[in-house]
Design a protein around this ligand. Sequence first.
Ligand SMILES: C[S@@+](CC[C@H](N)C(=O)[O-])C[C@H]1O[C@@H](n2cnc3c(N)ncnc32)[C@H](O)[C@@H]1O
Length: 451
Amino acid sequence: MVKKSQEYIVKIDTLNHQAQGIARIDGFVVFVDNVLIDEVVKIKIEEVKKEYAKAKLVEILEKSPYRKDPECPYYDFCGGCHLMHAKYQHQLKLKKLLVEDAFRRIGKLSPKINDVIGMENPFRYRNKTALPVGGDYVKPQIGFYRKMTHDIVPIDYCLIQHEFCDDVIKGMKELIKKHKIEVYDERKHQGVLRHIVVRNSFAFDEMMLILVCTKVPENLEVIKKDILDKFPKIKSFFVNLNPKRTNVILGEEDILIWGSSTIKDKIGNLTFEISPKSFFQVNSLQTEVLYSQVVKYLKDIDAEIVFDVYSGIGTISMFVAPFCKKVYAIEIVEDAVEDAKKSSKNNNISNIEFICGSAEIEIPRLMKSGIIPQAVILDPPRRGCEKELLESLIEHKIPNIIYVSCNPSTLARDSNILCSNGYEILEVQPVDMFPQTFHVECVALFKKREE
Ligand SMILES: C[S@@+](CC[C@H](N)C(=O)[O-])C[C@H]1O[C@@H](n2cnc3c(N)ncnc32)[C@H](O)[C@@H]1O
Protein backbone atom coordinates (compact mmCIF):
# COMPACT_ATOMS: atom_id res chain seq x y z
CA MET A 1 0.00 0.00 0.00
CA VAL A 2 1.49 3.34 -1.14
CA LYS A 3 1.54 5.85 1.73
CA LYS A 4 1.65 9.65 1.77
CA SER A 5 5.01 11.19 2.82
CA GLN A 6 6.77 7.83 2.41
CA GLU A 7 9.93 7.63 0.27
CA TYR A 8 10.45 4.94 -2.37
CA ILE A 9 13.07 4.05 -4.94
CA VAL A 10 11.52 3.46 -8.37
CA LYS A 11 12.43 3.09 -12.03
CA ILE A 12 10.60 5.34 -14.51
CA ASP A 13 8.80 3.15 -17.10
CA THR A 14 7.57 5.86 -19.43
CA LEU A 15 6.12 9.39 -19.58
CA ASN A 16 2.42 10.26 -19.78
CA HIS A 17 0.85 12.80 -22.16
CA GLN A 18 1.91 15.66 -19.85
CA ALA A 19 5.51 14.41 -19.75
CA GLN A 20 5.14 13.20 -16.16
CA GLY A 21 7.12 10.07 -15.35
CA ILE A 22 5.15 6.90 -14.65
CA ALA A 23 6.51 4.41 -12.12
CA ARG A 24 4.81 1.47 -10.46
CA ILE A 25 5.00 0.46 -6.80
CA ASP A 26 3.57 -3.06 -6.48
CA GLY A 27 1.58 -2.35 -9.64
CA PHE A 28 0.17 0.96 -8.32
CA VAL A 29 0.78 3.91 -10.68
CA VAL A 30 2.77 6.87 -9.40
CA PHE A 31 3.34 10.12 -11.37
CA VAL A 32 6.59 12.04 -10.91
CA ASP A 33 7.61 15.36 -12.52
CA ASN A 34 11.06 16.21 -13.94
CA VAL A 35 12.22 12.65 -14.66
CA LEU A 36 13.12 10.71 -17.80
CA ILE A 37 12.48 7.17 -19.01
CA ASP A 38 14.67 4.48 -17.37
CA GLU A 39 15.92 6.77 -14.62
CA VAL A 40 16.11 5.26 -11.14
CA VAL A 41 14.97 7.85 -8.63
CA LYS A 42 14.10 8.35 -4.99
CA ILE A 43 10.61 9.85 -4.68
CA LYS A 44 8.40 11.10 -1.86
CA ILE A 45 4.64 10.49 -2.12
CA GLU A 46 2.67 13.75 -1.91
CA GLU A 47 -0.88 12.66 -2.69
CA VAL A 48 -2.61 9.28 -2.86
CA LYS A 49 -5.79 8.86 -4.93
CA LYS A 50 -7.86 5.75 -5.60
CA GLU A 51 -6.20 4.90 -8.92
CA TYR A 52 -2.81 6.59 -8.67
CA ALA A 53 -0.44 8.64 -6.51
CA LYS A 54 1.63 11.78 -7.14
CA ALA A 55 5.20 12.01 -5.92
CA LYS A 56 8.01 14.53 -5.72
CA LEU A 57 11.46 13.78 -7.06
CA VAL A 58 13.93 13.63 -4.14
CA GLU A 59 17.11 12.30 -5.75
CA ILE A 60 18.23 10.88 -9.06
CA LEU A 61 20.10 7.63 -8.42
CA GLU A 62 20.62 6.53 -12.04
CA LYS A 63 20.60 9.42 -14.48
CA SER A 64 19.41 9.22 -18.09
CA PRO A 65 22.12 9.98 -20.69
CA TYR A 66 19.56 12.37 -22.21
CA ARG A 67 19.32 14.56 -19.11
CA LYS A 68 20.76 18.06 -19.01
CA ASP A 69 20.68 20.88 -16.48
CA PRO A 70 17.72 23.16 -17.25
CA GLU A 71 18.94 26.56 -18.46
CA CYS A 72 16.22 28.41 -16.55
CA PRO A 73 16.63 29.34 -12.85
CA TYR A 74 12.83 29.25 -12.34
CA TYR A 75 12.43 25.79 -13.82
CA ASP A 76 11.74 23.99 -10.52
CA PHE A 77 8.87 26.32 -9.58
CA CYS A 78 7.34 27.66 -12.77
CA GLY A 79 4.75 25.48 -14.50
CA GLY A 80 5.64 26.59 -18.04
CA CYS A 81 8.37 24.27 -19.33
CA HIS A 82 8.02 20.58 -18.57
CA LEU A 83 10.90 19.08 -20.52
CA MET A 84 13.78 21.50 -20.13
CA HIS A 85 15.69 18.80 -18.24
CA ALA A 86 15.92 16.74 -21.47
CA LYS A 87 18.37 17.40 -24.32
CA TYR A 88 16.49 18.92 -27.23
CA GLN A 89 16.86 15.98 -29.64
CA HIS A 90 15.51 13.74 -26.88
CA GLN A 91 12.56 16.08 -26.31
CA LEU A 92 11.65 15.48 -29.96
CA LYS A 93 11.88 11.69 -29.51
CA LEU A 94 9.67 11.90 -26.41
CA LYS A 95 7.08 13.98 -28.24
CA LYS A 96 6.88 11.34 -30.99
CA LEU A 97 6.28 8.71 -28.29
CA LEU A 98 3.51 10.88 -26.77
CA VAL A 99 1.80 11.17 -30.16
CA GLU A 100 2.10 7.40 -30.81
CA ASP A 101 0.75 6.68 -27.36
CA ALA A 102 -2.28 8.97 -27.82
CA PHE A 103 -3.16 7.30 -31.14
CA ARG A 104 -2.79 3.82 -29.61
CA ARG A 105 -4.58 4.49 -26.30
CA ILE A 106 -7.34 6.90 -27.33
CA GLY A 107 -7.65 6.40 -31.08
CA LYS A 108 -7.05 2.61 -31.07
CA LEU A 109 -4.95 3.32 -34.16
CA SER A 110 -1.31 2.98 -35.15
CA PRO A 111 -0.78 5.25 -38.16
CA LYS A 112 2.56 6.09 -39.74
CA ILE A 113 4.00 8.86 -37.58
CA ASN A 114 7.06 10.71 -38.86
CA ASP A 115 9.87 12.06 -36.70
CA VAL A 116 9.05 15.40 -35.07
CA ILE A 117 10.41 18.41 -36.97
CA GLY A 118 12.28 20.50 -34.42
CA MET A 119 13.72 24.03 -34.30
CA GLU A 120 17.30 25.03 -34.86
CA ASN A 121 17.19 27.30 -31.82
CA PRO A 122 14.57 26.03 -29.37
CA PHE A 123 14.61 29.15 -27.16
CA ARG A 124 13.14 32.65 -27.32
CA TYR A 125 10.54 31.52 -29.83
CA ARG A 126 7.21 32.71 -28.30
CA ASN A 127 5.47 35.79 -29.67
CA LYS A 128 2.81 36.08 -26.99
CA THR A 129 2.72 35.97 -23.23
CA ALA A 130 0.18 36.68 -20.49
CA LEU A 131 1.89 37.60 -17.23
CA PRO A 132 -0.16 37.57 -14.02
CA VAL A 133 0.50 40.49 -11.65
CA GLY A 134 0.54 40.04 -7.87
CA GLY A 135 1.89 41.51 -4.65
CA ASP A 136 1.12 45.23 -4.28
CA TYR A 137 2.36 48.51 -5.73
CA VAL A 138 5.18 48.70 -3.20
CA LYS A 139 6.49 45.26 -4.11
CA PRO A 140 4.81 44.16 -7.33
CA GLN A 141 5.29 40.64 -8.61
CA ILE A 142 5.16 39.75 -12.29
CA GLY A 143 5.79 36.22 -13.45
CA PHE A 144 4.09 32.91 -14.06
CA TYR A 145 1.93 30.68 -11.92
CA ARG A 146 3.65 28.06 -9.78
CA LYS A 147 2.81 24.55 -11.03
CA MET A 148 -0.87 23.68 -10.44
CA THR A 149 -1.51 26.85 -8.38
CA HIS A 150 -2.31 30.52 -8.78
CA ASP A 151 0.70 31.59 -6.70
CA ILE A 152 2.96 33.83 -8.74
CA VAL A 153 6.60 32.89 -9.29
CA PRO A 154 8.20 36.33 -9.84
CA ILE A 155 10.66 36.29 -12.74
CA ASP A 156 13.05 38.71 -14.41
CA TYR A 157 13.14 36.90 -17.74
CA CYS A 158 11.79 33.90 -19.61
CA LEU A 159 13.97 31.90 -21.96
CA ILE A 160 11.18 30.82 -24.29
CA GLN A 161 9.75 34.33 -24.74
CA HIS A 162 10.91 37.08 -27.06
CA GLU A 163 13.29 39.53 -25.28
CA PHE A 164 10.53 42.21 -25.31
CA CYS A 165 8.84 40.21 -22.59
CA ASP A 166 11.86 40.71 -20.27
CA ASP A 167 11.80 44.47 -20.93
CA VAL A 168 8.09 44.59 -20.10
CA ILE A 169 8.56 42.70 -16.82
CA LYS A 170 11.28 45.12 -15.68
CA GLY A 171 9.61 48.28 -17.00
CA MET A 172 6.11 47.50 -15.73
CA LYS A 173 7.39 46.75 -12.20
CA GLU A 174 8.90 50.23 -12.15
CA LEU A 175 5.72 51.85 -13.46
CA ILE A 176 3.44 50.01 -11.01
CA LYS A 177 5.60 51.37 -8.15
CA LYS A 178 5.92 54.86 -9.60
CA HIS A 179 2.22 55.33 -10.36
CA LYS A 180 0.99 53.28 -7.39
CA ILE A 181 -1.13 51.14 -9.72
CA GLU A 182 -3.36 48.95 -7.58
CA VAL A 183 -2.58 45.30 -8.17
CA TYR A 184 -5.49 42.86 -8.41
CA ASP A 185 -5.94 40.42 -5.54
CA GLU A 186 -7.60 37.32 -6.93
CA ARG A 187 -8.74 35.97 -3.54
CA LYS A 188 -10.46 39.20 -2.47
CA HIS A 189 -11.47 40.17 -6.02
CA GLN A 190 -10.11 43.68 -5.37
CA GLY A 191 -7.64 45.92 -7.17
CA VAL A 192 -7.10 46.97 -10.77
CA LEU A 193 -4.19 45.46 -12.76
CA ARG A 194 -4.63 41.70 -13.29
CA HIS A 195 -2.47 40.63 -16.23
CA ILE A 196 -0.01 42.10 -18.68
CA VAL A 197 -0.33 40.62 -22.15
CA VAL A 198 2.52 41.15 -24.60
CA ARG A 199 2.36 40.29 -28.29
CA ASN A 200 5.44 40.85 -30.38
CA SER A 201 6.28 40.62 -34.01
CA PHE A 202 9.44 38.78 -35.00
CA ALA A 203 9.39 40.14 -38.54
CA PHE A 204 8.66 43.80 -37.82
CA ASP A 205 10.25 44.25 -34.39
CA GLU A 206 7.08 45.74 -32.94
CA MET A 207 5.01 45.08 -29.86
CA MET A 208 1.41 45.20 -28.61
CA LEU A 209 0.92 45.78 -24.89
CA ILE A 210 -2.40 45.00 -23.22
CA LEU A 211 -3.00 45.86 -19.57
CA VAL A 212 -5.85 43.67 -18.33
CA CYS A 213 -7.64 45.66 -15.63
CA THR A 214 -10.87 45.53 -13.63
CA LYS A 215 -11.39 49.21 -14.54
CA VAL A 216 -9.48 51.93 -16.38
CA PRO A 217 -6.49 52.79 -14.14
CA GLU A 218 -6.29 56.29 -12.67
CA ASN A 219 -3.69 58.61 -14.26
CA LEU A 220 -3.80 56.60 -17.47
CA GLU A 221 -2.62 59.56 -19.56
CA VAL A 222 0.54 59.89 -17.46
CA ILE A 223 1.07 56.13 -17.35
CA LYS A 224 0.68 56.05 -21.15
CA LYS A 225 3.42 58.64 -21.59
CA ASP A 226 5.81 56.61 -19.44
CA ILE A 227 4.89 53.40 -21.27
CA LEU A 228 5.69 54.99 -24.63
CA ASP A 229 9.02 56.27 -23.26
CA LYS A 230 9.98 52.93 -21.72
CA PHE A 231 9.01 50.66 -24.61
CA PRO A 232 10.15 52.30 -27.87
CA LYS A 233 9.07 49.24 -29.94
CA ILE A 234 5.45 49.62 -28.89
CA LYS A 235 3.07 49.90 -31.82
CA SER A 236 -0.22 49.32 -30.07
CA PHE A 237 -1.36 49.89 -26.47
CA PHE A 238 -4.68 48.61 -25.11
CA VAL A 239 -6.46 48.41 -21.80
CA ASN A 240 -8.66 45.36 -21.69
CA LEU A 241 -11.47 45.48 -19.15
CA ASN A 242 -12.09 42.32 -17.18
CA PRO A 243 -14.13 43.11 -14.05
CA LYS A 244 -15.37 39.52 -13.55
CA ARG A 245 -14.32 36.95 -10.96
CA THR A 246 -12.90 34.52 -13.50
CA ASN A 247 -9.79 32.62 -14.60
CA VAL A 248 -10.28 33.79 -18.18
CA ILE A 249 -7.54 36.34 -18.84
CA LEU A 250 -9.10 38.75 -21.33
CA GLY A 251 -12.41 40.47 -20.67
CA GLU A 252 -14.83 41.48 -23.40
CA GLU A 253 -13.91 45.15 -23.89
CA ASP A 254 -10.65 46.27 -25.52
CA ILE A 255 -9.94 50.01 -25.29
CA LEU A 256 -7.28 51.27 -27.68
CA ILE A 257 -5.24 53.79 -25.68
CA TRP A 258 -2.55 54.53 -28.22
CA GLY A 259 -1.33 53.50 -31.66
CA SER A 260 -2.62 50.95 -34.10
CA SER A 261 -5.38 48.44 -33.28
CA THR A 262 -3.28 45.60 -34.73
CA ILE A 263 0.35 44.59 -35.01
CA LYS A 264 1.78 42.90 -38.08
CA ASP A 265 3.86 39.74 -38.37
CA LYS A 266 5.06 37.63 -41.26
CA ILE A 267 4.94 33.94 -42.03
CA GLY A 268 6.96 33.17 -45.12
CA ASN A 269 6.28 35.98 -47.59
CA LEU A 270 2.83 36.80 -46.24
CA THR A 271 2.06 39.60 -43.79
CA PHE A 272 -0.74 39.33 -41.24
CA GLU A 273 -2.66 41.82 -39.10
CA ILE A 274 -3.24 40.66 -35.52
CA SER A 275 -5.82 42.14 -33.07
CA PRO A 276 -5.79 41.52 -29.30
CA LYS A 277 -8.46 38.78 -29.46
CA SER A 278 -7.27 37.07 -32.63
CA PHE A 279 -5.53 33.71 -32.51
CA PHE A 280 -2.04 33.66 -33.99
CA GLN A 281 0.31 30.66 -33.70
CA VAL A 282 2.69 31.46 -30.80
CA ASN A 283 5.81 30.35 -32.67
CA SER A 284 6.04 32.61 -35.73
CA LEU A 285 9.20 30.97 -37.14
CA GLN A 286 8.06 27.36 -36.88
CA THR A 287 4.59 28.17 -38.21
CA GLU A 288 6.06 28.34 -41.70
CA VAL A 289 7.25 24.75 -41.28
CA LEU A 290 3.80 23.70 -40.07
CA TYR A 291 1.93 25.38 -42.90
CA SER A 292 4.41 24.08 -45.51
CA GLN A 293 3.35 20.59 -44.46
CA VAL A 294 -0.30 21.49 -45.07
CA VAL A 295 0.63 22.95 -48.49
CA LYS A 296 2.63 19.82 -49.35
CA TYR A 297 -0.41 17.58 -48.71
CA LEU A 298 -2.77 19.95 -50.50
CA LYS A 299 -0.59 20.26 -53.63
CA ASP A 300 -0.79 16.47 -54.10
CA ILE A 301 -4.57 16.56 -53.86
CA ASP A 302 -5.19 19.05 -56.68
CA ALA A 303 -8.37 20.46 -55.10
CA GLU A 304 -10.59 23.14 -56.63
CA ILE A 305 -12.57 24.02 -53.52
CA VAL A 306 -10.96 23.96 -50.08
CA PHE A 307 -12.52 24.64 -46.66
CA ASP A 308 -10.20 26.11 -44.02
CA VAL A 309 -12.15 25.40 -40.85
CA TYR A 310 -11.20 27.20 -37.60
CA SER A 311 -9.29 29.67 -39.74
CA GLY A 312 -8.25 32.34 -37.20
CA ILE A 313 -6.80 35.33 -39.07
CA GLY A 314 -6.82 33.35 -42.32
CA THR A 315 -3.17 32.32 -42.25
CA ILE A 316 -3.62 28.78 -43.61
CA SER A 317 -6.21 29.99 -46.14
CA MET A 318 -3.69 32.47 -47.58
CA PHE A 319 -0.96 29.83 -47.69
CA VAL A 320 -3.11 27.38 -49.66
CA ALA A 321 -4.98 29.94 -51.82
CA PRO A 322 -2.44 29.76 -54.71
CA PHE A 323 -3.03 25.99 -55.00
CA CYS A 324 -6.80 25.95 -55.54
CA LYS A 325 -9.61 27.89 -57.15
CA LYS A 326 -11.45 28.96 -54.02
CA VAL A 327 -11.02 28.75 -50.26
CA TYR A 328 -13.87 29.11 -47.75
CA ALA A 329 -12.48 30.19 -44.37
CA ILE A 330 -14.68 29.69 -41.30
CA GLU A 331 -13.88 31.33 -37.95
CA ILE A 332 -15.98 32.24 -34.91
CA VAL A 333 -14.11 35.34 -33.62
CA GLU A 334 -15.28 38.47 -35.43
CA ASP A 335 -12.05 40.48 -34.95
CA ALA A 336 -10.03 37.59 -36.39
CA VAL A 337 -12.25 37.52 -39.50
CA GLU A 338 -11.79 41.29 -39.91
CA ASP A 339 -7.98 40.88 -39.56
CA ALA A 340 -8.10 38.11 -42.17
CA LYS A 341 -10.00 40.27 -44.67
CA LYS A 342 -7.48 43.12 -44.25
CA SER A 343 -4.49 40.81 -44.62
CA SER A 344 -5.80 39.02 -47.71
CA LYS A 345 -6.26 42.43 -49.35
CA ASN A 346 -2.73 43.52 -48.35
CA ASN A 347 -1.34 40.23 -49.68
CA ASN A 348 -3.29 40.60 -52.97
CA ILE A 349 -5.21 37.37 -52.49
CA SER A 350 -8.76 37.41 -53.84
CA ASN A 351 -9.97 33.78 -53.93
CA ILE A 352 -10.94 33.41 -50.25
CA GLU A 353 -14.43 33.84 -48.83
CA PHE A 354 -14.32 34.60 -45.11
CA ILE A 355 -17.28 33.45 -43.05
CA CYS A 356 -17.77 34.41 -39.42
CA GLY A 357 -19.66 31.70 -37.55
CA SER A 358 -19.34 28.40 -35.79
CA ALA A 359 -17.86 25.60 -37.85
CA GLU A 360 -20.42 23.02 -36.76
CA ILE A 361 -23.22 25.19 -38.18
CA GLU A 362 -21.53 26.85 -41.16
CA ILE A 363 -19.91 23.75 -42.69
CA PRO A 364 -23.11 21.66 -42.86
CA ARG A 365 -24.91 24.77 -44.20
CA LEU A 366 -22.35 25.30 -46.99
CA MET A 367 -22.47 21.66 -48.03
CA LYS A 368 -26.29 21.55 -47.96
CA SER A 369 -26.23 24.53 -50.34
CA GLY A 370 -24.21 22.41 -52.80
CA ILE A 371 -20.68 23.69 -52.12
CA ILE A 372 -18.69 20.51 -51.70
CA PRO A 373 -14.91 20.79 -51.23
CA GLN A 374 -12.33 18.28 -52.43
CA ALA A 375 -10.25 19.01 -49.33
CA VAL A 376 -11.04 20.24 -45.84
CA ILE A 377 -8.39 21.63 -43.50
CA LEU A 378 -9.28 21.42 -39.82
CA ASP A 379 -7.34 23.33 -37.14
CA PRO A 380 -9.53 23.30 -34.03
CA PRO A 381 -8.68 24.53 -30.52
CA ARG A 382 -7.39 22.01 -27.95
CA ARG A 383 -10.85 20.51 -27.39
CA GLY A 384 -10.85 19.16 -30.97
CA CYS A 385 -13.69 19.17 -33.52
CA GLU A 386 -17.37 19.22 -32.71
CA LYS A 387 -19.03 15.88 -33.50
CA GLU A 388 -21.61 17.50 -35.80
CA LEU A 389 -18.80 18.87 -37.96
CA LEU A 390 -17.09 15.48 -38.35
CA GLU A 391 -20.46 13.84 -39.06
CA SER A 392 -21.18 16.28 -41.87
CA LEU A 393 -17.75 15.59 -43.47
CA ILE A 394 -18.42 11.85 -43.20
CA GLU A 395 -21.95 12.21 -44.61
CA HIS A 396 -20.70 14.17 -47.64
CA LYS A 397 -17.83 11.72 -48.20
CA ILE A 398 -15.22 14.51 -48.38
CA PRO A 399 -12.25 12.77 -50.07
CA ASN A 400 -9.37 14.54 -48.30
CA ILE A 401 -9.04 15.91 -44.77
CA ILE A 402 -5.91 17.63 -43.46
CA TYR A 403 -6.16 17.87 -39.69
CA VAL A 404 -3.83 20.31 -37.85
CA SER A 405 -3.91 19.74 -34.11
CA CYS A 406 -2.21 21.11 -31.00
CA ASN A 407 -3.58 18.29 -28.85
CA PRO A 408 -2.68 14.67 -29.69
CA SER A 409 -5.44 13.36 -27.37
CA THR A 410 -8.32 15.06 -29.19
CA LEU A 411 -6.66 14.40 -32.56
CA ALA A 412 -6.61 10.69 -31.67
CA ARG A 413 -10.25 10.78 -30.51
CA ASP A 414 -11.40 12.50 -33.74
CA SER A 415 -9.22 10.17 -35.84
CA ASN A 416 -11.05 7.25 -34.31
CA ILE A 417 -14.39 8.75 -35.39
CA LEU A 418 -13.12 9.34 -38.95
CA CYS A 419 -11.41 5.96 -39.26
CA SER A 420 -14.52 4.15 -37.95
CA ASN A 421 -16.48 5.86 -40.73
CA GLY A 422 -14.63 5.18 -43.95
CA TYR A 423 -11.36 7.11 -43.59
CA GLU A 424 -7.73 6.06 -43.30
CA ILE A 425 -4.74 8.06 -42.06
CA LEU A 426 -1.94 8.22 -44.61
CA GLU A 427 0.55 9.85 -42.27
CA VAL A 428 1.00 12.09 -39.28
CA GLN A 429 3.69 14.76 -39.23
CA PRO A 430 4.45 16.19 -35.79
CA VAL A 431 6.05 19.65 -35.66
CA ASP A 432 7.61 21.09 -32.53
CA MET A 433 5.92 24.45 -32.08
CA PHE A 434 6.51 24.49 -28.31
CA PRO A 435 10.11 23.49 -27.40
CA GLN A 436 10.85 22.80 -23.70
CA THR A 437 7.17 21.97 -23.03
CA PHE A 438 5.25 18.70 -23.54
CA HIS A 439 3.05 20.30 -26.19
CA VAL A 440 3.36 19.20 -29.81
CA GLU A 441 1.52 20.11 -32.99
CA CYS A 442 0.58 17.49 -35.61
CA VAL A 443 -0.63 17.53 -39.20
CA ALA A 444 -2.52 14.37 -40.14
CA LEU A 445 -3.60 13.46 -43.66
CA PHE A 446 -6.85 11.48 -44.04
CA LYS A 447 -8.25 9.95 -47.24
CA LYS A 448 -11.69 8.53 -47.81
CA ARG A 449 -11.33 4.78 -48.49
CA GLU A 450 -12.68 3.41 -51.77
CA GLU A 451 -16.13 1.87 -51.25
C1 LIG B 1 -5.98 26.56 -33.12
S1 LIG B 1 -6.70 28.04 -33.72
C2 LIG B 1 -6.25 27.92 -35.42
C3 LIG B 1 -6.30 29.19 -36.19
C4 LIG B 1 -5.58 29.21 -37.54
N1 LIG B 1 -5.91 28.07 -38.34
C5 LIG B 1 -4.09 29.37 -37.39
O1 LIG B 1 -3.32 28.49 -37.79
O2 LIG B 1 -3.66 30.41 -36.84
C6 LIG B 1 -8.39 27.65 -33.64
C7 LIG B 1 -9.33 28.75 -34.09
O3 LIG B 1 -10.66 28.24 -34.02
C8 LIG B 1 -11.54 29.28 -33.61
N2 LIG B 1 -12.77 28.60 -33.12
C9 LIG B 1 -13.01 28.07 -31.90
N3 LIG B 1 -14.20 27.47 -31.87
C10 LIG B 1 -14.74 27.61 -33.11
C11 LIG B 1 -15.95 27.17 -33.71
N4 LIG B 1 -16.85 26.47 -33.02
N5 LIG B 1 -16.17 27.47 -35.00
C12 LIG B 1 -15.26 28.18 -35.71
N6 LIG B 1 -14.10 28.62 -35.19
C13 LIG B 1 -13.83 28.33 -33.91
C14 LIG B 1 -10.73 30.05 -32.60
O4 LIG B 1 -11.22 31.35 -32.44
C15 LIG B 1 -9.32 30.02 -33.23
O5 LIG B 1 -9.13 31.12 -34.05
